[in-house]
Design a protein around this ligand. Structure first.
Ligand code: F6R
Length: 360
């Protein structure tokens, strides 16, 4: 049931602190250890997924590549052929699918398995097709997701991927035991932080959605781990509010996309507490110079620096960039939700989309 919420999507957005807590409580050390060992034995890691699961994969890729220096490649499941020749015996493929039934991902799993790769599934549905055909499984424990747009399954996928990256880090000596412990402590704080962000931003986002509902197009910009985060924010708006939304790395604006920006064009910036904050300030200024309508998700410690330039400031906690996507996506989910409602659409049942895509 919707438990008093007008839509499943809103209920599921609000359920995220609980879904993450359940996922943390359900972590099976044995299963993680096997996965870590398989990864240590392989030369290359491929990550595959479709839609939101692909975006989760890109966040995981960022951690494995930039934090651990592992040879990681992330691809959209239906594009698996590009890598068939690049996979060797014992390489690992992480297949991400909340439903565990997405045909594109299943087909790619079969093809890579035939090449000798070991498959690690990350799924929310126990014993679904992809986990059944995989060598190892890590489950998210988000509970059933009814809304077509993935919300709590995404944030729990990010939780599992971040823990996996930390465990690989400590196993390879890239992270000290102390670094590992303090990062795990930080993960334990996510549900509480996320609850605060919902409480603090929901009213403001709802007011913003009235404005957004009249727009035809929007940009979502970030740098670093903020790029896949922005891609996920844009997908949410597109799929349920039917507003064209595009995400790209903020540094690319001047290489083309800024040509489209005119007065009041909406741009959503995800500014993180990382090495990119100064460069992001420059990117916000270049949009300001075109009189864009700028929405900024800003860590509290930088609010003073950015507020003047922003039309709407959504204050985020100043947290380690490695866990920022889990927190930052929530106001963007809410923005998509309230914008869809303001436009008169049912966010639970977007046109042309099915919850599980079982035809190629
Ligand atoms: C977006 C969405 C889809 C799915 C995609 C993969 O909100 O729900 O993009 O993420 O169809 O689905 P799974 O994770 O079940 O393989």
């Amino acid at each position: 049931s919707k438990e008093g919420y007008p839509h499943f999507m809103l209920k599921e957005i609000h359920e995220q602190p609980l879904a993450i807590n359940s996922t943390l409580a359900g972590i099976e050390e044995g299963a993680f250890n096997k996965v870590v060992n398989a990864i240590l034995d392989s030369r290359k890691i491929l990550i595959i997924g479709a839609g939101t699961s692909y975006h989760a994969g890109l966040v995981g890729d960022y951690l494995l590549t930039s934090m651990l220096g592992l040879d990681t490649h992330t691809l959209i499941s239906s594009e698996y052929r590009k890598y068939l020749n690049a996979v060797n015996d014992g390489d690992t493929v992480i297949a991400i699918s909340q439903s565990g039934e997405t045909i594109d991902t299943l087909v790619a799993v079969r093809a890579f398995k035939e090449r000798g790769a070991k498959i690690i599934a990350i799924s929310n549905v126990i014993d679904s097709a992809i986990p059944r055909e995989s060598n190892y499984v890590l489950y998210t424990r988000a509970g059933p997701e009814i809304g077509v747009a993935a919300t709590k399954t995404f944030t729990t996928q990010l939780t599992v991927l971040t823990i996996l990256a930390l465990k690989i880090g400590v196993a390879t000596g890239k992270l000290t035991t102390n670094e590992y412990r303090s990062a795990m402590d930080m993960i334990g704080k996510i549900p509480g932080l996320l609850q605060n962000v919902i409480t603090k931003t929901e009213g403001k986002v709802k007011a913003l959605s009235e404005h957004m509902s009249k727009k035809q197009s929007a940009y979502y910009l970030g740098r670093g781990i903020g790029v896949p985060l922005s891609m996920e924010g844009a997908l949410k708006l597109k799929e349920i509010a039917y507003i064209h939304a595009e995400a790209y790395p903020a540094g690319e604006s001047k290489h083309g996309p800024i040509a489209l920006v005119e007065e009041n064009y909406p741009v959503v910036f995800s500014i993180l507490d990382d090495d990119n904050a100064d460069a992001m300030l420059g990117n916000v200024m270049e949009m300001k110079a075109r009189d864009a309508y700028i929405i900024g998700l800003v860590p509290d410690k930088y609010v003073g620096k950015f507020r003047e330039l922003l039309n709407v400031t959504l204050e985020m906690p100043s947290i380690d960039y490695r866990v920022a996507p889990v927190i930052y996506i929530v106001p963007m989910q809410l923005l998509a939700y309230y914008t869809a409602v303001a436009r008169g659409y049912d966010p639970d049942k977007p046109r042309n989309l099915a919850k599980t895509v079982t035809v190629e």
